[in-house]
Design a protein around this ligand. Structure first.
Ligand code: NAI
Length: 271
């Protein structure tokens, strides 16, 4: 796991998984810049890691373009981009407002789209390509109740990364699909813009919520997830999985889809 001389940018790097990815990249020898929408947390994180930082709002394409230019200038180019900034509030689909959907998709899906658009030309200009890591979730592989909007955003990130992987063989592509990780995701609303139409998205209570609760799989520390990401970059893995314990959720979904195909095949025979 050696990324010496590699230049990396991590969004959402002020906290949680992004901070852990930055730590692991530094550990592997990379030069790292973190970016985040929360100025105070960003300053603290950059000081603790001793690396450059840049304010970004991933909802805005212009802001992500500025980040790409600033990172290329500060690091002398960019080899690795981790589109990781994200939010994870919950709410039943029936109750969600338009601003709920917009906030969720603006940060979690458009944020990643903007990152890919802004950084892909930089990565492709490298003689040996580069690597894009997009943070999705287990919710990008199987949808669960109350996490519908979140799952829509994360399925999008999985699809985007799979298609990009097929289109850009010279670029490494990884979609990170974590289970429960100790972070500030349970306080996501701290970064929510004003919602004039109200809404039903609420922060998860991590002590009781579904897979996060006491009966769920073990929580990982962000640095452990960061090391999984470094391993995925070095070994050019498309899927970075953190919780083998959660395989059943994905297998059940795949089995249901395969069963539907089997039924369709039988229908044809009897036609
Ligand atoms: P976190 O809240 O600790 O970190 C997220 C960071 O993103 C924060 O520093 C926040 O300020 C930043 N951010 C939020 N909106 C932004 C915006 N518009 N522009 C730029 N930065 C913004 O939460 P965590 O858990 O570290 O989240 C990181 C990613 O991991 C997210 O995409 C999340 O959906 C994903 N994830 C987290 C899991 C967990 O258990 N913690 C599980 C699966 C996925």
């Amino acid at each position: 796991t050696d990324l010496r001389g590699r230049r990396a940018v991590v969004t959402g790097g002020a906290s949680g998984i992004g901070y852990g990815i930055a730590q692991a990249l530094i550990e592997a020898g990379a030069a790292v810049m973190i970016a985040d929408v929360e100025p105070a947390a960003l300053d603290t994180a950059a000081a603790a890691l001793g690396i450059p930082a840049r304010h970004v709002d991933v909802r805005e394409r212009g802001s992500v373009d500025e980040l790409a230019a600033a990172a290329a200038a500060a690091l002398g180019g960019v080899d690795i981009v981790c589109n990781n900034a994200g939010i994870g509030p919950a709410g039943r689909i029936e109750h969600l407002s338009i601003s709920d959907w917009q906030w969720m998709l603006d940060v979690n899906l458009w944020g990643v789209i903007h990152g890919v658009q802004a950084f892909l030309p930089l990565l492709k200009s490298n003689p040996d390509g580069g690597h894009i890591v997009n943070t999705a979730s287990m919710s990008g592989l199987a949808a669960a109740p109350s996490l519908g909007a979140y799952a829509v955003s994360k399925f999008g990130v999985v699809a985007l990364t799979e298609a990009l992987s097929a289109e850009e063989p010279r670029i490494g592509t990884t979609v990170l699909c974590p289970g429960p990780v100790r972070s500030r995701i349970g306080a996501s609303s701290r970064n929510r813009p004003a919602a004039p139409d109200g809404g039903a998205l609420v922060d998860l209570d991590l002590d009781t919520a579904g897979i996060f609760g006491p009966d769920g799989p073990p929580w990982l520390e962000p640095i452990a997830v960061g090391r999984i990401v470094v391993d995925a970059i070095v070994n050019r893995r498309l899927y970075a999985i953190t919780h083998p314990q959660l395989a059943g959720r994905v297998k059940a979904r795949h089995a249901a889809i395969e069963a539907a195909f089997a039924e369709a095949a039988e229908r044809k025979e009897h036609a």
